[in-house]
Design a protein around this ligand. Structure first.
Ligand code: ZN
Length: 456
């Protein structure tokens, strides 16, 4: 299996540090508002990746932080005259709900920063003792000139960074790229006690304090959006490698590409932010995942409802094939096992190549064409093998609406009543049921295999 690493800028063979164990950390959200489609892109991808690694037999420990103290949270608290920590708690719960709706269920631990203040202070103290940090009137800063390799992840030198730095208001800093490890308390802000007085942690330090606590100084994979490469992930390397004296901090740096809305950068100031909860009012979560995974994770994705409509049909084709084969009755025998396994290998080959989900989806489409063509001649062994493949696909990509078991059973129950009505030629009743289901966005087709339904 190969993974593209941002630091070395190459696809590298995937070799975890400890046998089959994989330590994976992905930057979580700053919870000051609802999660948007850009979050969905990143977290759906890493969920798919973690699920695939588990399918391959790796024991993945997937850790995510939650930034629940930050300037944006404090500002919102000020505007709404609310405790900032109430705001971050509220949006953290919304985040969990959104992730549940998107079937993101692979994260082992969510670690909110404010639960780790002691660890954060301890790491800052060690950086301070080693001479990598200095105190000013308003906080404790990391001294980037002390860390020779600062800039290695984003591939720029310290001089380039200095030249590119915006004019700094803070004249206490030694270098414009120096960043806050600890921010001293200002009026009306939440605070914690520290050796440098009351205050709160900077953003970058929370990640390395949390990963050091769970993983130690070195681990396998660090992921996040590509907008986090500089300065956020650069700062993480500077902190962790300086404090531990060990490098590399991680073996694989993975970054998801940009998400745009109708070719424009998404942003509050652009007024074009689309929240996950809003999209899911109109789009099935599995269809949204199918859309997101139809692009490679490192490529840009352009979101629009038109694009979703365009791909809906190819998605439904997969879902309907799955429903058909679940109902298929067959005789003993297997004549297509090798073909079915060939499609599974195609799927795996694509995923093994830096998680090439668009290629993997192409393999699924070929598989669906194949079974649509050959379903009637399939024996029991073929059908079982196909269903197993579908279930594995769904446990990884989560693009087939099969998880909503109770709802599905009720729909099947209603359809069995409709079947009875049709058998007794009570067509007014069967049409009524079909119509009522359609009003609820469930379409029923009478096919050779019986009634096949799908969400519209
Ligand atoms: Zn982070």
């Amino acid at each position: 299996m190969k993974i593209y690493d941002t630091l070395s800028r190459e696809k590298k063979e995937f070799l975890p540090m400890e046998g089959r164990r994989v330590k994976l950390f992905v930057c979580g959200p700053t919870v000051y508002d609802y999660s948007h489609i850009g979050h969905a892109r990143t977290y759906v991808f890493f969920d798919t990746m973690a699920s695939y690694l588990r399918y391959k037999g790796y024991h993945v420990f997937y850790l995510q932080n939650i930034t629940d103290i930050d300037d944006k949270i404090i500002n919102r608290g000020r505007n709404e005259k609310r405790d900032p920590l109430d705001i971050s708690l509220e949006f953290m719960l919304h985040y969990f709900n959104d992730m549940r709706s998107l079937r993101v269920d692979s994260v082992n631990i969510y670690a909110p920063a404010t639960y780790f203040i002691d660890r954060i202070i301890d790491q800052i103290q060690r950086l301070y003792d080693l001479g990598y940090a200095y105190e000013t009137d308003d906080g404790v800063y990391y001294d980037v000139s002390r860390f020779r390799e600062y800039g290695k992840l984003s591939h720029q030198s310290l001089d380039m960074i200095r030249a590119g730095a915006r004019v700094e208001v803070n004249e206490n800093k030694r270098h414009p790229a120096d960043f806050a490890l600890w921010k001293k308390r200002k009026e009306g802000e939440p605070f914690w006690e520290s050796p440098w007085g009351e205050g709160r942690p900077g953003w970058h330090i929370e990640d390395t304090a949390i990963t050091e606590y769970y993983f130690g100084p070195q681990y396998d994979i660090h992921g996040g959006g590509s907008d986090l490469i500089f300065p956020h992930h650069e700062c993480e390397i500077a902190q962790m490698e300086a404090v531990s004296g060990k490098k590399p901090m991680v073996n694989y740096w993975m970054h998801t590409g940009l998400l745009t809305i109708r070719q424009e950068r998404m942003g509050k100031s652009m007024g074009n932010v689309i929240n996950i909860r809003e999209i899911l009012k109109n789009v099935e979560p599995e269809l949204l995942r199918y859309f997101l995974l139809s692009s490679h994770y490192r490529s840009p994705v352009d979101f629009s409802y038109e694009r979703i409509d365009e791909i809906r049909q190819s998605w439904e084709k997969i879902v309907i094939a799955y429903r058909k084969i679940l109902k298929k009755e067959s005789k003993e025998g297997e004549s297509f096992i090798d073909d079915i396994r060939k499609y599974r290998r195609m799927f795996e080959d694509a995923m093994d190549d830096d998680f090439n989900t668009p290629e993997a989806i192409s393999a699924i489409q070929l598989f669906v064409n194949f079974i649509n063509k050959n379903m009637d001649g399939m024996g029991m062994g073929d059908i079982e093998e196909s269903i197993k493949f579908f279930n594995d696909i769904d446990s990884i990509l989560k693009i087939i609406p099969s998880g909503r078991v109770a709802e599905e059973r009720i729909i099947e129950l209603i359809l069995s009543i409709r079947k009875m009505a049709r058998e007794r030629k009570l067509y007014d009743i069967s049409d009524y049921i079909r119509e009522k289901l359609r009003e609820n966005n469930i379409n029923v087709e009478d096919m050779q295999e019986g009634q096949i339904w799908y969400r519209k």
